[in-house]
Design a protein. Structure first.
Length: 154
C-alpha cells in the first residue's frame, strides 16, 4: 500500500469499493483485487477485523444494492483517492503557485465549501454586513451589502 499523506488507515477507499463489488457478485476476484492493491492475505485478514473498514465496505455494498454502480459512485471513489495526489502536489516545493491555487480552489468547490450565493446576496452566512441609508423625508434611498467588518465610531 502507498504511504501518501492523509492516510489515516492502511487501506484505501478503492480497496473497500473493490471488495464491496466482489461481495455483491460483480467486479474482480479476490486474488485479482489483492494483486492490484499489493496486499497479502494477512493484511486482508487484518482489514477484516478493522471496524472502520467493515463499515466502509457495508456502506458501499448498500449503495451498490440501492443505486447500482453509478457513474457518480465511481467518480466519488476516484475523487477521494485523488485528494492524496492533490495534497502531495499542493505541498510540493517544485509545483507552481498557480497550480497550487487551482488545486485548492477545486478542492473547496468539490467539497461544497464555497459560500452559498443566495445567502451572500441576503447578507447572511457570508460574514457580510448590510448598510441602509435613510435620508430625511424620503424612502430608503440605498441599500449596500458587502463583506466588511463592523467599525464603531464613538
Amino acid at each position: 500500500m502507498d504511504n501518501l499523506p492523509l492516510k489515516y488507515h492502511p487501506w484505501s477507499d478503492r480497496l473497500a469499493m473493490d471488495i464491496a463489488l466482489a461481495l455483491e457478485g460483480s467486479g474482480e476476484s479476490m486474488p485479482d483485487i489483492m494483486s492490484r492493491h499489493a496486499i497479502t492475505q494477512d493484511e486482508l485478514i487484518a482489514y477484516n477485523q478493522d471496524s472502520m473498514f467493515l463499515k466502509k465496505v457495508d456502506h458501499l455494498r448498500e449503495e451498490v444494492k440501492e443505486k447500482g454502480m453509478t457513474f457518480r459512485l465511481k467518480a466519488k471513489a476516484q475523487a477521494e483517492e485523488l485528494l492524496t495526489t492533490s495534497w502531495t502536489l499542493i505541498h510540493a516545493p517544485d509545483v507552481s503557485a498557480a497550480v497550487k491555487a487551482d488545486l485548492i480552489k477545486s478542492t473547496v468547490k468539490w467539497g461544497n465549501l464555497e459560500p452559498q450565493k443566495d445567502s451572500m446576496a441576503e447578507g447572511v452566512g457570508g460574514g457580510g454586513v448590510t448598510i441602509q441609508i435613510n435620508l430625511p423625508s424620503q424612502e430608503p434611498a440605498a441599500t449596500l451589502a458587502a463583506d466588511a467588518k463592523v467599525i464603531e465610531h464613538g
